[in-house]
Design a binder for this molecule. Structure first.
Ligand code: PGA
Length: 250
């Protein structure tokens, strides 16, 4: 049985004082959650969040990292740096990074390898845009993205990769994929992983859905056969709303 993993992606929101206040109220709301709870926060909040989640079941992740460990990369943060302060997870290849910051399948692959080399658990985003969905090539796009992202990883690393299937047309738009559609797309991804790495690996990989997840649709999405939780943007910014998503099964 795969566990459910529900991660908030704060994107470029929340100052340290807001982050601390958030955690202070959120912590008690999710303390009996069955799902694993992760907050992926801006770099400037990481240290404050790590201090404030001590002794709770909340895990902390970053939203990006560089694939080199150090060097002349002004403005970048490496996996080694994240690990050194106690970060556990890192989002890699979010569609906003692919779209606005020239992230490619190749940089995504390098970053995943570097995340593992530094003891971080990657949450890797894949997903098609509206035109690709409408022209019927969504399966081809997302299975290719998955294949390229995971290229060269060991079976053990693939098992420990969290994939977030996020159709771009559903991100921040209020349009959610139907539970059936999202579940089907996730099955495509799982089948591709089975084809390359074998059934045993594929059945262990956590694959989340992301794109306008909210408390009103979380249960329907997360109780399908293949959706193993979610990556939640806008609805993770309010502790009450996000706690309802985390506690979708209560
Ligand atoms: P959303 O964002 O929940 O606001 O649609 C999801 C994401 O981009 O990870």
């Amino acid at each position: 049985m795969r566990r459910k993993v529900i991660a908030g992606n704060w994107k470029m929101n929340m100052l340290p004082n807001e982050a601390i206040e958030y955690i202070q109220s959120f912590e008690s709301m999710v303390k009996s959650a069955e799902a694993e709870v992760i907050l992926c926060v801006p770099y400037t909040d990481l240290f404050y969040c790590l201090l404030n989640v001590q002794g709770t079941n909340i895990k902390i992740g970053a939203q990006n990292m560089h694939f080199e460990e150090n060097g002349a990369y002004t403005g970048e943060i490496s996996g080694k740096m994240l690990k050194s302060i106690g970060v556990e997870y890192v989002i890699i290849g979010h569609s906003e990074r692919r779209e606005y910051f020239a992230e490619t399948d190749q940089t995504v692959n390098k970053k995943i390898k570097s995340a593992f080399a530094n003891g971080l658990k990657p949450i890797v985003c894949v997903g098609e845009n509206l035109e690709q969905r409408e022209t019927g090539i969504a399966e081809e796009i997302i299975t290719k993205q998955t294949e390229l992202a995971l290229e060269g990883l060991t079976n053990e690393q693939v098992k420990n990769t969290i994939i977030a299937y996020e159709p771009i047309w559903a991100i921040g738009t209020g349009k959610t994929a139907t539970a059936d559609d999202a579940n089907n797309s996730i099955k495509w991804i799982r089948n591709k992983i089975a084809e390359i790495y074998g059934e045993e690996v594929a059945k262990e990989v956590i694959i989340q859905y992301g794109g306008s997840v909210k408390s009103s649709n979380a249960k329907e999405l997360f109780t399908t056969s293949d959706i193993d939780g979610g990556l939640v943007g806008g609805a993770s910014l309010k502790p009450e709303e996000f706690s309802k998503i985390v506690n979708y099964n209560k």
